[in-house]
Design a binder for this molecule. Structure first.
Ligand code: ATP
Ligand code: MG
Length: 573
């Protein structure tokens, strides 16, 4: 055993899956290459839960210098499509992972699976069964008492084979017959009680066309796919734990048929292990529910920036780095839990803070007139693009006698500890100058229409020449140069932490009616040429991203990615 592998095996800080793989590598069970797979079903877009599985599957292969295959687990033609498959590929690439030559589709193995099924029948390991759905359930029974045998369980293999071939030939209607593995009707594991392994479905397949009218079940197909691809470690979520004996049973049969891959003289027996799925507060994750939101037009498509889909997160302004960091931080365990969505947002802010360019945008403008600034003169403030990254440089922001500030940054009678703009209280206009309000004008209703005052011509860049301390700094835009932009203020899609937690109510009742507000904001001119997808921090407001779909240079549209307030950091976590 090499020192490296010894160290890997004895490193108990590694999560249980790493430990498991390290032991197999050390024992020589992988034939020199760890092979994992990510097996999405192309029946929807992948979401942040899948991102966790992707980080585990691809991450483990990377860690052990192995290979992770991408396999479309497409055994249910009624819900699958090429559009989904293509988008899954694009999203995984965007997350930063690469399957190299290892792209597979279960559908490419339908012929092989059929052959294996025939072999099982011939060997007395499978039979055709005609129980109805209800009968099947009743015969299967409950875990604490043995089930009942199907009347055709002991039919001769030749008869089963003939029937199975007729099933394939399309002689029977959907649901009339199925193929079952002959295992153990008394097993305490219900999945071991002669599970269905093939069903009749007269539905063409997005990838296999209309070649088939019988399709293998997931529990049968998955171990076959793993075995034929030479997968060494097959990781999935906990709900599959009870299916593991069946997985092993299928692999055993393949072993008997001599179908296991041999790598460097080692026969590869794929093994399955399970980890807890990701659940997030304020989020629903099941593809079925996400599809419902799309179909009922509760959101604007799978890539709506409020969706937890990878394409939705991307459009919202998430970075792959933030998502991978999140997946790293939540770790891997078998413990079912709910992760606070604030952690995901925290990882996002952490990353955007380092890379997002700072810009000034005013959302609720009130005009400030600098009475001692020459009329018709345009000045320039040199502002830092990102104080976290000196390499990002500076930019010139036009400045003039009239600027807009946020209405809430002014108080006529300042509250205690209000250090922003107020009469007689000097404040910094970010990167431009120091300004002191002298008076305001109001309309008939008493609403402030203009704030007047003077600036200190010596306060270049917003710093006092004599070094006096200024407590408040606010953002602004030049009134003459401000560019109106559309801002889409996204918020959480649900109002409660667990939208599925109330069995008596449909989860859509908990949709947040304020999850999207569209407003016009006033931006510094540099933002007019924002490139779709480009990310910014609007100073003191939040992180925004030029919408990758609707934003055009000259007519920018910004999605609010996340506000600046970090409730995770605040909790001191
Ligand atoms: P959903 O339950 O959202 O419909 P699924 O499990 O049906 O998802 P698949 O395409 O079959 O979706 O999943 C591909 C892989 O992603 C599986 O191995 C599955 O275990 C894993 N996965 C799905 N959801 C999560 C999640 N929330 N957390 C971690 N892994 C997940
Ligand atoms: Mg599934």
């Amino acid at each position: 055993m090499s020192e490296e592998i010894k160290a890997a095996v004895s490193d108990t800080s590694r999560h249980f899956l790493k430990q498991w793989v390290a032991e197999d590598v050390a024992a020589g069970r992988t034939g020199g290459q760890v092979v994992t797979r990510f097996p999405p079903e192309p029946n929807g877009y992948i979401h942040i839960g899948h991102a966790k599985a992707i980080c585990i599957d691809f991450g483990m292969a990377q860690e052990f210098g192995g290979q992770c295959n991408l396999r479309m687990d497409d055994t249910n033609p009624s819900k699958e499509s090429d559009e989904y498959a293509e988008n899954i590929k694009r999203d995984i690439r965007w997350l930063g992972f690469d399957w190299g030559e290892g792209f597979y589709s279960a559908a490419d193995l339908f012929g092989k699976m059929y052959e294996i099924a025939e072999n099982l029948i011939s060997g007395g390991h499978a039979y055709v069964c005609g129980l109805t759905q209800e009968q099947w359930k009743e015969y299967r029974g409950i875990p604490t008492a043995p089930g009942k045998e199907s009347p055709t369980r002991n039919r001769a293999p030749e008869e089963n084979l003939a029937l199975f071939r007729r099933m394939r030939a399309g002689e029977f209607a959907d649901g009339t017959l199925c193929l079952r593995a002959k295992i153990d009707m008394a097993s305490p594991n219900i999945h071991f009680r002669d599970p269905v392994i093939y069903r009749i479905m007269h539905v063409p397949h997005y990838h296999a066309g209309d070649t088939w009218c019988i399709y293998p079940m997931y529990d049968f197909a998955h171990p076959i796919e793993d075995a034929l691809e030479g997968v060494t470690h097959s990781m999935c979520t906990l709900e599959f734990e009870v299916h593991r004996p069946l997985y092993g049973w299928v692999v055993d049969r393949m072993d008997e048929m001599g179908l296991l891959v041999v790598r460097n003289g080692v026969k590869i027996r794929p093994q399955q292990r399970e980890f807890a799925r990701l659940n997030l507060t304020y989020t629903v994750m099941s593809k079925r529910k996400l599809l419902q939101l799309v179909q009922e037009k509760r959101v604007n498509g799978w890539d709506d920036p409020r969706m937890p889909t990878v394409c939705g997160l991307r459009r919202r302004g998430y970075t792959p780095e933030a998502i991978r960091d999140f997946c790293e931080r939540i770790g891997v365990s078998k413990y079912q839990s709910e992760t606070d969505v604030a952690l995901l947002e925290h990882c996002l802010r952490d990353d955007l803070n380092k890379r997002a360019l700072r810009r000034m945008v005013v959302f609720d403008p009130v005009k400030v007139v600098i009475d001692n600034y020459p009329e018709n003169q345009t000045g320039c403030a040199e502002a830092q693009n990102n104080p976290e990254d000196p390499g990002a440089g500076t930019r010139q922001v036009p400045f003039g006698r009239e600027v807009y500030i946020e209405r809430e940054d002014f108080m006529e009678v300042p509250a205690k500890k209000f250090f922003r703009m107020a009469p007689g209280q000097e404040v910094r206009l970010r990167a431009a100058c120091l300004f002191t309000c002298t008076h305001v004008t109001k309309d008939a209703a008493g609403v402030i229409t203009e704030i007047h005052g003077t600036y200190d011509p010596e306060s270049k860049g917003g710093n006092a020449a004599d070094g006096r301390k200024i407590k408040g700094t606010i953002h602004w835009v030049s009134a003459a140069h401000a560019v109106p932009v559309e801002a889409r203020l996204y918020d959480r899609l649900f109002t409660v932490p667990d939208p599925l937690g109330d069995a008596a109510r449909d989860f859509v009742e908990f949709l947040n009616p304020g999850s999207l507000k569209v407003v016009t904001a006033y931006a510094e001119p540099a933002l007019a040429s924002a490139v779709p997808g480009e990310k910014f921090q609007f100073e003191r407001i939040g992180y925004f991203c030029a919408d990758p779909v609707d934003s055009k240079p000259g007519k920018p549209v910004f999605n609010r990615t996340v506000t600046l307030k970090d409730s995770w950091a605040k909790q001191g976590k």
